[in-house]
Design a binder for this molecule. Structure first.
Ligand code: ZN
Length: 142
């Protein structure tokens, strides 16, 4: 990993942390799942409004480190407005990527900013932060 790549990754993480545009209450949420990562202290709740097989809206609440918060913000950007089936596919591509399984360029690109989370796939102390809310989404959208 070059220095420039490191910088790019941290810039994207920082950007998602600064905006945190998906962190808010969701009064008409139909689903919620609490994710807790004791090794870091991340404590994030994922809220989803699911209607007619579509993820109409989603948000999160709670506190977490930069990586878990940014990854949750990215997750919500990705699944909001998608059908449950499409969102499930995104989760599958994401978990395959984190497991180091080969993915097509097209599939990786379909993850948007979340592609960069593969950077944390081989960091035992960080991978739980990067995947916390994605596990919550998996529980809610199964
Ligand atoms: Zn964390």
């Amino acid at each position: 990993m070059t220095m420039e790549m490191d910088q790019l990754y941290s810039d994207i993480i920082l950007e998602h942390n600064q905006t945190q545009e998906n962190k808010h209450e969701l009064a008409d949420a139909t689903l919620s799942e609490h994710g807790h990562n004791p090794s870091c202290g991340d404590d994030l709740t994922l809220l989803i409004k699911q209607k007619d097989g579509i993820v109409e809206d989603a948000s999160f609440l709670g506190t977490g480190c930069a990586v878990s918060t940014a990854s949750t913000n990215m997750l919500i950007d990705l699944i909001k407005g998608k059908t449950v089936k499409e969102a499930q596919h995104c989760l599958e591509v994401f978990f395959n990527m984190m497991a180091g399984k080969p993915q097509s360029e097209e599939e990786l690109e379909s993850l948007g900013d979340a592609q960069i989370l593969s950077y944390f796939a081989e960091m035992p102390a960080r991978i739980k932060c990067a995947t916390l809310s994605w596990h919550s989404a998996q529980v809610l959208l199964k």
